[in-house]
Ligand binder design. Structure first.
Ligand code: 5GP
Ligand code: MN
Length: 348
């Protein structure tokens, strides 16, 4: 079996698809994280620099300030929240669409309809379970890889013009791939495979400055991030008898600490360091719902919990979803009781 199920046949079809496309749109899931931004940026950079394509990134919403740096200046980026007409025009004008780090266009939310209406051929490179493969001419999909960035790396290596040599990747692409993989593995803490280390070694040898990547990712936050993370852990962390840790970040707290999108990234992982905690859930209040992040230890399924109780999904140990009011709970104040019920349902 080829590495991560990347078949020669699929590479040939993908290469032909790239060759035939002129106006290529690359997209990923809503609220793009480091892996979504890294993989999209790397593919656009490769298509522009190595294949001379008019390639651009089109995303359902703008990257958070904390991860915006991942998209290099050389990569054109359109976002549906700030520039809806330009996004729709770009999709309509595209003769090839590539979806990364999402298992179907439903994860592109506001852009779903436009992508599904587009007659352009489509390709998928993703690491979530349940890919919507019928919609794609070519699909590279396995959950047994660290990240979309890593899967894309090995797909790119197989293409004839890269020929297995990471040094032939554009520098912007190489750096974006290492950055995306680093964020999805939480800096080599989870979902790491032999291929993940091999990729890192090859990209370092090709000249990627990992120290700079880590400094950009982890040493450039605003002070309020550290303060709100401390406050939420000290004042708001609850642990149920079954071993569910949860934090409800209400709007008043998020406003008091002036928290921006992306500034609580990583918080949901912290309670897992407690011995008796099996699963951790973070709720962040929005207008009429909570955004839900779930992480679990081995043997407990964040994904099953997200699907059963939060209209979501994701990976076995890292998932997410939403909790609406009044549909799911009467109002935001009912979140604690709901989570205690979820704890009994998911962990006992
Ligand atoms: P995060 O907690 O970092 O926002 O999301 C973790 C993972 O959960 C993501 O990589 C994604 O796979 C999944 N995820 C997050 N939100 C949703 C959602 O609303 N629906 C689905 N299906 N998956 C989600
Ligand atoms: Mn990912």
């Amino acid at each position: 079996m080829a590495l991560y199920g990347i078949e020669t046949e699929s590479i040939r079809a993908f290469d032909a698809l790239l060759e035939s496309g002129r106006t290529v749109t690359v997209t990923a899931h809503t609220h793009p994280d480091g892996d979504a931004l890294g993989s999209v940026s790397a593919l656009v950079a490769y298509l522009r620099e190595r294949r001379g394509k008019d390639a651009a990134a089109v995303l359902p919403d703008s990257p958070a300030a904390t991860v915006r740096f991942i998209v290099p200046d050389s990569v054109p980026l359109l976002c549906h929240d700030t520039d809806p007409e330009a996004c729709l025009a770009r999709i309509a004008a595209s003769d090839l669409v590539i979806l990364l780090d999402a298992n179907g266009f439903s994860r592109t939310e506001g852009l779903q309809e436009a992508f599904e209406a587009s007659p352009a051929p489509k390709a998928l490179i993703d690491h979530h379970v349940g890919p919507d493969t019928d919609r794609f001419r070519v699909a590279f999909s396995t959950p047994d890889v660290s990240s979309a960035s890593e899967l894309l790396y090995y797909v790119l290596l197989e293409l004839p013009d890269i020929g297995g040599d990471a040094r032939r990747l554009p520098a912007d692409a190489a750096r974006a791939l290492l950055t995306g993989m680093t964020t999805d593995t939480n800096n080599f803490a989870n979902s790491v495979y032999p291929g993940t280390f091999r990729m890192a070694a090859e990209l370092l040898a090709a000249g990627v400055d990992r120290d700079a990547v880590l400094a950009d990712l982890y040493n450039r936050y605003r002070e309020n991030r550290v303060r709100v993370m401390g406050y939420l852990q000290y004042e708001k962390l609850r642990i149920t008898p079954e071993g569910l840790a949860f934090i409800v970040a209400t709007r008043d707290i998020l406003e008091r600490f002036d928290v921006d999108e992306g500034e609580t990234e990583g918080l949901v992982n912290i309670p897992l360091s407690i011995d008796r905690v099996k699963m951790s859930i973070l709720l962040k209040e929005e207008k009429d719902h909570f955004r839900v992040s779930i992480r679990s230890k081995k043997g407990f399924s964040a994904r099953a919990c997200a699907m059963a109780h939060f209209h979501g999904g994701g990976h076995e140990n890292a998932s997410g979803g939403k909790l609406w009011w009044p549909a799911d709970i009467p109002g935001p104040e009912a979140a604690d009781a709901y989570l205690e019920q979820v704890s009994r349902a998911c962990l006992s």
